[in-house]
Design a protein around this ligand. Structure first.
Ligand code: 5GP
Ligand code: ZN
Length: 112
């Protein structure tokens, strides 16, 4: 989508600190980290949020979770949290599906 920040980051049109990339997804460090390790994993194809996941694009989401597991192992993350905010009340600020991966500090439950 031409006017989407994360589409532009995935396409390399806006610089980011890359963690991983393949044909389906792109992972990069969050510009405003909320934990010692905080990166985002996004599909390269535009999907607005989890609420737009369906049978057609679900394989990309499954692939993203396999990538998260692989990256966590490679980065030596023993414990981590995967978060996706959907809609304004939950705190979604970028309308392109993304999974936050946070690690390296104690975390509380329930989240704020
Ligand atoms: P949300 O608030 O939608 O759950 O998460 C969006 C995340 O994207 C936020 O954690 C925010 O810090 C991050 N973010 C917003 N703009 C940029 C950017 O230009 N570059 C990077 N690397 N992260 C960004
Ligand atoms: Zn997008």
């Amino acid at each position: 989508m031409s006017d989407c920040l994360f589409c532009k980051i995935a396409a390399g049109e806006i610089p980011s600190k890359k963690v991983y990339e393949d044909d389906v997804c792109y992972a990069f460090y969050d510009i405003d980290p909320q934990a010692p390790v905080h990166f985002l994993v996004i599909p390269k194809a535009h999907i607005s949020s989890v609420s737009e996941v369906n049978g057609g694009n679900a394989p990309a989401v499954g692939h993203i979770f396999a990538v998260i597991a692989k990256l966590a192992k490679e980065l030596g993350l023993e414990s981590y949290r995967v978060v996706s905010n959907i809609g304004p009340q939950a705190g979604q600020s970028v309308l392109h599906l993304h999974f936050h991966v946070l690690s390296g500090r104690d975390m509380t439950w329930p989240p704020g």
